[in-house]
Design a binder for this molecule. Structure first.
Ligand code: SF4
Length: 388
């Protein structure tokens, strides 16, 4: 798309323009008719990122797509996939007297095991623990520098958030009394895992924010190894519609490749400075994803020379190994399937019954990027699930 001028104004006009949306939907319908005439009955497109799921749901994009073109959520919500063990560890440390810093959504993230009657950091704070909600890791570092109490930060996030941890550590901005429970994860291995598990993904809308850091090139394996059309897209409704149209067009033309729709931010190479600082501070290791299990080379772990800031090492704790990891969802919660796009939030019998945004039972109901939370906040079962 060609554009010029102020991006914020454009976002409100061009990228949310109803007339433009109608034209793109006409294109989508045209491509879909061609695909149907070739015997294709269903196209499943995974919108990997939680923010794409928000856009798709908030703007009712599913309701204007042809029947047969389905958008499914992917594992792109960092809070949803943070292993319960990390929450339990943060709660334990908080109850032992450490100051625990967390983002607002991880604050309410429910664990599987109760620690002294607490299932979340929010519970621990109600029990008198020193749990502080911060907007950024730097805020936590600045605050920890004002006191001497041992402290830890529940460091949730993908490639977008982890450079902030890395750069603060590499620049010496993290005080000695602050450690990290490092829950950072890499998204491409999870995308590989998801498309292999679901097996029927026809296209992927790859995450724009992540690709800004990593570069779009990290998604090449999807078209090259799995023959899945892949479009790195922005987060406005027009972005998502264009991505759907481009995926369908690739299917019509039999031309499977990686495309960048979000070219106003994303390049093939990404942010080289951010990537450099990430590799300076973190090793890439096999890591657990909540409700899913271990995924090869999908986690960030502090390198040897930053281990003084490793919460587990400094507090005599040990992460469960691949062999020790066990299913970490509460009974009845199907977040593992929702995260992999194998089930919709409304397929869960607890959706808006035992699990609501006000009283989240599972991890996908907590964060603004969690599919269950998004579907619940946008109107629940009727408004979102099956709008014709
Ligand atoms: S509705 Fe709640 S319990 Fe069900 S899958 Fe979603 S988060 Fe889990």
């Amino acid at each position: 798309m060609e554009y010029s001028g102020d991006l914020r104004t454009l976002t409100k006009t061009v990228f949310r323009d109803g007339v433009l949306a109608s034209e793109i939907v006409k294109l989508i319908r045209g491509y879909w008719d061609l695909l149907r005439s070739n015997g294709i009955e269903e196209v499943k497109i995974m919108n990997f990122c939680g923010t794409h799921e928000y856009t798709s749901t908030h703007y009712g994009i599913r309701s204007i797509l042809p029947r047969g073109v389905t958008l499914i959520a992917g594992p792109g919500c960092p809070v949803c996939i943070t292993p319960s063990f990390y929450v339990e560890s943060a709660v334990k440390l908080a109850l032992e007297g450490l100051t625990v810093y967390t983002y607002g959504d991880s604050y309410r993230l429910p664990a599987v095991k109760e620690i002294e009657g607490c299932k979340s950091l929010s519970d621990a704070r109600m029990m008198g623990a020193d749990v502080r909600v911060v907007y950024s890791f730097l805020d936590a570092a600045k605050d920890a520098a004002k006191h001497t109490n041992p402290s830890t930060f529940l460091a949730v996030g993908f490639e977008t958030t982890c450079p902030a941890y890395a750069s603060a550590l590499a620049s010496g901005l993290v005080p000695n009394n602050l450690t990290l429970i490092m829950a950072g994860r890499l998204t491409p291995p999870a995308a590989r895992f998801a498309v292999e598990r679901v097996g029927t993904v026809s296209g992927v809308i790859a995450p724009g924010h992540v690709s800004t850091i990593t570069g779009a090139g990290v998604w090449r394996f999807l078209p090259e190894e799995y023959r899945i059309p892949t479009v790195v897209a922005g987060f406005e409704p027009i972005d998502v519609l264009i991505a759907v149209a481009l995926i369908l067009r690739q299917m019509v033309e039999g031309d499977t490749r990686l495309m960048i729709e979000y070219s106003r931010t994303v390049t093939m190479e990404g942010n080289t400075r951010a990537k450099r600082v990430l590799s300076q501070v973190f090793d890439i290791v096999d890591a657990a994803w909540r409700g899913i299990g271990f995924i090869e080379n999908s986690g960030y772990a502090l390198k040897e020379n930053f281990r003084e800031h490793d919460a587990f090492e400094q507090n005599g704790m040990k992460e469960p190994s691949w062999e020790e990891w066990s299913h970490d969802l509460l009974p009845g919660c199907i977040c593992g399937q929702v995260i992999l796009g194998a089930a919709k939030p409304t397929d869960c019998r607890l959706f808006m019954k035992g699990c609501t945004p006000g009283t989240p039972y599972g991890p996908c109901m907590v964060s603004a990027e969690g599919a269950c939370s998004i579907w619940a906040r946008m109107g629940g079962r009727e408004a979102v699930a099956e709008v014709p």
